[in-house]
Ligand binder design. Structure first.
Ligand SMILES: [Zn+2]
Ligand SMILES: [Zn+2]
Length: 402
């Protein structure tokens, strides 16, 4: 089995952290904590409800990049949680079932599948009984995140490899009607859908989406599916992404100084300027979806909202940071965190985000055309990663051909 994984090997992790800050070329050498092992033994299925999958394609996303740069802070809530020695990269995958254990009930040989529970979820480690969140389908909130698997797990692999093994609960079936290029967009589409359904807009709200990467662009689209009467603004520096956002339904681009532009957009007050260009105004958006994360983004997003507005935190950097929290109490801001996907309520039905996303793509409600901009061979993952980290304007979604 070939697999790309992050190895929890402290000297390598420290070198990778150092490289990502001070010496980028070092990231692409053999010293990175992310390794490509082409000679792992093919693991046996640890239990009857496991299956083996051959990957076809697999997307590259922020989670993979954070492993490649070893960015999780030693002050982050993640840090104390015991992790397995190896974390396998790649979860936006499209694969074919090539072996099924005797107790598998949901899949057959030849089924096209994708990873639903990545890292989080009792189903991911095959823990039973499942915790109450996993039982209701919200595996993103799993209480057993820090618990070991009941199996003595071999190298299991994931999306960035030729094959991998998984318990059936970890996987979702891909709809036959979707092409591979559409199917590889299902997981990021789920993130955008979950973000909007967790913080649904009211009709005619003025909404700002900060950052137009894959997730932000998806949020623009979902907002217009849910509430076409909303006025959707985007904050994005790259022209091609501004244009794409408009094609997907964004009404306006927030240009120039964000405070002045937000005040103009929402008929707000004058912009007051304090020491060191510290700014504030009164008025602002009803709702901000922050797909950037970090100090600047948190501070700015909170100040661009009107009193009792809603900040939806989508982007994050798995680090304890410092930002100005004063608008949260001053203006009684609602703060909503978003983690991946799980179970949704939609038009009287309860269903996995993975099913809703696939229905919308299949039925042409949600468009994935134009999202995948680059393909690389699995063996060229370092070149793919370099392109992602350099982030030139034309890059949206990079996909590895497995
Ligand atoms: Zn992802
Ligand atoms: Zn759980």
């Amino acid at each position: 089995m070939k697999s790309i994984y992050f190895e929890k090997d402290i000297p390598r992790v420290l070198i990778t952290k150092f490289a990502s800050r001070y010496c980028k070329p070092l990231l692409y050498t053999g010293l990175n904590a992310v390794k490509y092992n082409k000679k792992l033994p093919d693991p046996p299925l640890p239990a009857g409800n496991w299956l083996r999958v051959r990957n076809v394609v697999s997307g590259l996303c922020g989670t993979d990049m954070s492993f490649f740069k070893a960015t999780t802070g030693t002050n982050s809530a993640f840090e104390p949680i015991p992790a397995s020695k190896r974390t396998y990269l790649g979860h936006e995958n499209v694969g074919i079932v090539i072996e099924v254990g005797p107790a598998v009930t949901k899949f057959r040989l030849g089924d096209r599948v994708t990873i639903r529970e990545y890292m989080s979820g009792c189903g991911n480690k095959d823990i039973t009984p499942r915790c109450k969140y996993c039982e209701e389908g919200n595996y993103n909130l799993c209480l057993n995140y820090g618990a070991p698997s009941p199996h003595k797990l071999p190298d299991v692999g994931a999306g960035w490899g030729d094959t991998f093994i998984a318990p059936e609960q970890q996987l979702a079936k891909l709809y036959d009607e979707l092409t591979d290029e559409q199917a590889v967009m299902v997981e990021p589409t789920c993130v955008s859908i979950h973000a909007v359904l967790m913080a649904r807009p009211e009709p005619k709200e003025k909404i700002l989406v900060m950052g137009c990467g894959t997730i932000g662009l998806g949020i623009v689209q979902v907002l217009k599916i849910l509430e076409p009467s909303c006025e959707v603004w985007v904050m994005e520096r790259v022209k091609t992404k501004q244009e794409f956002a408009k094609k997907l339904g964004a009404d306006y681009v927030l240009a120039g100084d964000p405070y002045q532009a937000a005040s103009d957009a929402t008929s707000g007050s004058q912009v007051f300027v304090g020491m060191s260009k510290n700014k504030m105004f009164f008025g602002g958006f009803d709702r901000v979806y922050d797909c950037i994360g970090g100090n600047w983004s948190n501070t700015t997003a909170l100040r661009l909202l009107h009193p009792r507005g809603t900040l939806v935190k989508v982007g994050h950097h798995m680090n304890a940071i410092t930002f100005d929290e004063s608008p949260i109490w001053w203006h009684e801001i609602n703060l909503i965190g978003i983690n991946a996907h799980g179970m949704e309520e939609w038009q009287g039905r309860k269903l996995y985000t993975f099913d809703l996303a696939q229905e919308w793509i299949r039925d042409g409600i949600y468009k994935t055309d134009g999202f995948v901009t680059h393909h690389f061979k699995l063996d060229d993952y370092k070149r793919a990663m370099k392109l992602a980290l350099d982030n030139p304007p034309e890059v949206i979604k990079i996909v590895l051909d497995c």
